[in-house]
Design a protein around this ligand. Structure first.
Ligand code: ADE
Ligand code: ZN
Length: 324
């Protein structure tokens, strides 16, 4: 069996980041938007560093402006993921984006939930959502997202997270938002150790009730922090293709995934924003096998780690583990 056809578990993927150039083109035509202005040329998105990526991401996201767009996008993404063997996925949804384009949060979640149900009926893929605030929009906006997520809770939304530019604001500023989500029973994860160094991961762990870190790969620069991750059983949502595309490492050969794994850190592998980074779950799993030299049994261990760390009820977790 090729790793491409192995079952897969994905915990770190941004819904707006799954918009393919094809999907964007269709929406842009409907809206009469000039795609060149969106930085989309020759079927690929155009950006050159993290800041310009975030801008391109926002511009592409702005093409979504009705609940139906969220339904279509979710179904498009889940159909593709299931076709690549993904059996369980969590993805980030952005209430801030909904607010920017005047879509009511509950309508957005309903549309996404309906697509998740239809995808599960069609292929068996199981999905949960992580309501996510954006770090560079600041702590007040994050608290608004936490309030909305908790006040309008939905069984499909089982997690709370934060993406965006980790070079802005200290994690302590987001403690109230995360505390609210945690008290409401949501699993918590935060992006750290991507564009910030080990201290960014340590302070996130000090200040926020998280069991998982989005990326976290720069923890590899500090043996003390690596030991802390192992001792506290923190799970890293590692996205190698994203890290290379965004220039964190020159090549996969320089990527710390094998060193983190060898040190005993709990790791899962995800695609982050697949079409932006010219990747998908199949490509990520092929990298695990052909570049990092992982056996199928080691790859299956990563799937188990992912399911153990998933923000999902125990019955569903057990039945998913049986599917591996
Ligand atoms: N939002 C979408 N992709 C992201 C990434 N790789 N890092 C931080 N925020 C993001
Ligand atoms: Zn991410």
């Amino acid at each position: 069996m090729q790793s491409g056809t192995l079952p897969k578990v994905e915990l770190h993927c941004h819904l707006e980041g799954t918009i393919t150039p094809d999907f964007a083109l269709k929406l842009a035509e409907k809206r009469g938007v000039d795609l060149k202005a969106l930085g989309n040329r020759d079927g690929t998105y155009s950006w050159h560093d993290f800041t310009s990526f975030l801008k391109a991401y926002d511009k592409v996201s702005d093409l979504l402006n009705r609940p139906q767009d969220y339904y279509d996008l979710t179904l498009d993404h889940l159909t593709r993921a299931a076709g690549q063997g993904v059996i369980y996925t969590e993805f980030f949804l952005s209430a801030d984006h909904g607010r920017r384009i005047n879509i009511d949060y509950a309508d957005m979640v309903e549309a996404i939930d309906e697509a998740c149900r239809h995808a599960e009926e069609a292929s068996g893929i199981i999905c949960r959502l992580i309501s996510t605030c954006v770090r560079h929009l600041g702590p007040d906006a994050a608290l608004d997202v936490a309030r909305e997520t908790c006040a309008r809770s939905h069984p499909r939304v089982t997690g709370f997270g934060m993406g965006g530019d980790e070079r802005c604001h200290h994690p302590s500023e987001f403690t109230p938002a995360f505390a609210m989500a945690h008290e409401a029973g949501l699993g918590c994860t935060v992006h750290a150790g991507e564009f910030g160094g080990p201290e960014s991961v340590s302070s996130a762990l000090d200040c926020l009730p998280v069991t998982r870190i989005g990326h976290g790969v720069r923890a590899a620069e500090s043996p003390d922090l690596v030991k802390r991750l192992v001792d506290e059983q923190i799970v890293l949502e590692v996205c190698p293709g994203s890290n290379i595309a965004l220039g964190l490492y020159e090549s996969l050969a320089a990527h710390p995934l094998p060193a983190l794994l060898a040190a005993g850190v709990a790791i899962t592998v995800s695609s982050d924003d697949p079409p932006f980074f010219h990747t998908d779950m199949q490509a990520e799993y092929e990298t695990l096998e052909t570049v990092f030299g992982l056996s199928h049994s080691q790859i299956n261990d990563l799937n188990c780690t992912g399911l153990q760390a998933a923000f999902v009820d125990e019955d569903t977790r057990k039945s998913l583990i049986n599917r591996l």
